[in-house]
Write a protein that binds this ligand. Structure first.
Ligand code: ZN
Length: 453
């Protein structure tokens, strides 16, 4: 709202309440859809690590024009479409180690609360039901309308969400839309219909977080009209609503927001065929949340390669130290994260730990190996990319790497047996065969270890 950063002062001591606008479940998620989930998961992890008891709400918009159109197209009931894609999103979030929200309300489960909110708005003279089954919010009466997006009401185009005949002002927006024949609807005192998208979020935020809460998040494209209208509804009802706003930028292609047609090949489940969830998360979470992330296959590959270097160091450190390093959050990492989640600066601290850690391995300096490994693990935990996190053990990617690890160890055992019987031609053939697959074998005091180049 202020376009500046300021110290985080929660409404309730030691607590942080966050509302994030979730997906409209009408298609499988592409990487542009899940970036917001990753960015805000990092925020949540950092606040939790900083000692706050975090309540995190991310809703599901399970009724929408797009879902109804998809239902016609896929010859399925609308609720089946919504459930199918809600599950696709849940799978994608799980593969990316995005923690499940504290509560994940569906819009269709909160129609009662939406009706209560509309009743309140009508009583307060902020909204009106002109008799056609719609309910509108009267935007001219609101003094703070458009302060988030910094627009002038007189410059605004009419809200294209309903027949203008019944509106007092063409810029008034629909809280509720009268039922159309064949469409799903819910009964209200003003006639049967279905909720407008903006009303859903105001009602759900109020239900789970109360009249005022700490942080409202969402993608940059939601600033107007969605968030502006959420503010309008909640403030007109007399609620304090969000104390601060965080908006994540987009994943772009050629500088443009990733479109659905371009995004098809970049669906999360497609990318997970080539990359592990932990690698995709490392890529998506690596940019500052307010910076655009320009997608290219090369950039994703490079991020994955960089992550594997870090992972290799942690595996080597574990072998040398004889135990998985415990996670410790370093001072430089803390400074970076406290500055509006400056992830790129936080990543620079990991690179420095990696450089020092690898040097320590060369120098056989176990204390320095441990120190750097612990700080790297502490940082990766906050970024949701800790390779020792059990969450990654249950995803497809990790099953694959476990199988790969087993297969390579089998090959290494064959190689050891060949050496034992002095069949060096056979042992070299195994080593060369693995090398041809991009797998490097290094003989160490702890036995052979492998890495992928
Ligand atoms: Zn929303």
């Amino acid at each position: 709202m202020t376009r500046t950063t300021a110290p985080f002062k929660p409404l309730k001591k030691d607590e942080a309440s966050i509302y994030l606008c979730g997906a409209t479940v009408q298609a499988p998620p592409h990487i542009g859809h899940v970036r917001s989930g990753v960015n805000f998961d990092i925020l949540r992890r950092w606040l939790t690590k900083s000692g706050y008891d975090v309540t995190f709400i991310r809703n599901v918009t399970d009724i929408d024009d797009k879902i109804l159109h998809k239902a016609v197209h896929e010859k399925m009931p609308w609720w089946a479409v919504a459930m199918k894609y809600e599950r696709a999103f849940a799978d994608a979030y799980a593969a990316l180690n995005v923690m499940p929200p504290t509560y994940e309300p569906r819009a269709t489960g909160h129609v009662t609360q939406m009706i209560e909110l509309m009743q309140k708005l009508i009583e307060r003279g902020a909204a009106y039901a002109p008799g056609n089954g719609d309910v509108y919010l009267e935007v001219r009466k609101l003094t703070s309308y458009l302060t988030l997006s910094r627009q002038k009401l007189d410059d605004l185009q009419p809200a294209a969400d309903a027949d203008e005949t019944y509106k007092k002002d063409p810029r008034d927006f629909a809280l509720w839309k009268a039922a159309k024949p064949g469409d799903p609807s819910w009964p209200t005192p003003w006639g049967a219909g279905r909720p407008g998208w903006h009303l859903e979020c105001s009602a759900m935020a109020h239900t789970y977080l109360g009249e005022a809460f700490d942080i409202h998040g969402g993608g940059l494209d939601l600033v107007f009209p969605h968030h502006e209208n959420e503010i309008a509804q909640s403030e007109a009802a007399g609620y304090g609503f969000a104390q601060r706003w965080l908006h994540n930028a987009w994943v772009t292609q050629s500088g443009e927001k990733m479109s659905k047609s371009l995004g098809n090949t970049l669906q999360v489940h497609e990318i997970l065929k080539s990359f592990r969830g932990i690698e995709l998360r490392w890529y998506l979470g690596g940019a500052h949340y307010r910076s655009m992330l320009e997608y290219s296959p090369e950039a994703l590959q490079e991020a994955a390669t960089n992550f594997r270097r870090i992972e290799n160091f942690l595996n080597r450190a574990t072998a040398v130290l004889g135990a998985v390093p415990t996670a410790i959050v370093g001072d430089a990492f803390t400074v970076a994260m406290n500055d509006d989640l400056a992830v790129p600066a936080a990543l620079a601290t990991i690179s420095e730990n990696l450089r020092l850690g690898n040097q320590a391995i060369t120098d056989n300096d176990n204390a320095a190996i441990a120190r750097n490994a612990k700080e790297i693990r502490g940082a990766l935990e906050i970024l949701g990319c800790d390779p020792f996190d059990a969450a990654f053990a249950s995803t497809g990617g990790s099953d694959l790497s476990a199988a790969l690890d087993g297969t390579i160890k089998l090959a290494l055992a064959e190689r050891a047996a060949a050496r034992e019987r002095k069949d060096f031609a056979a042992s070299d053939a195994i080593r060369d065969g693995l090398a041809a697959l991009g797998i490097t074998i290094e003989d160490t005091a702890q036995g052979p270890r492998w890495s992928i180049n």
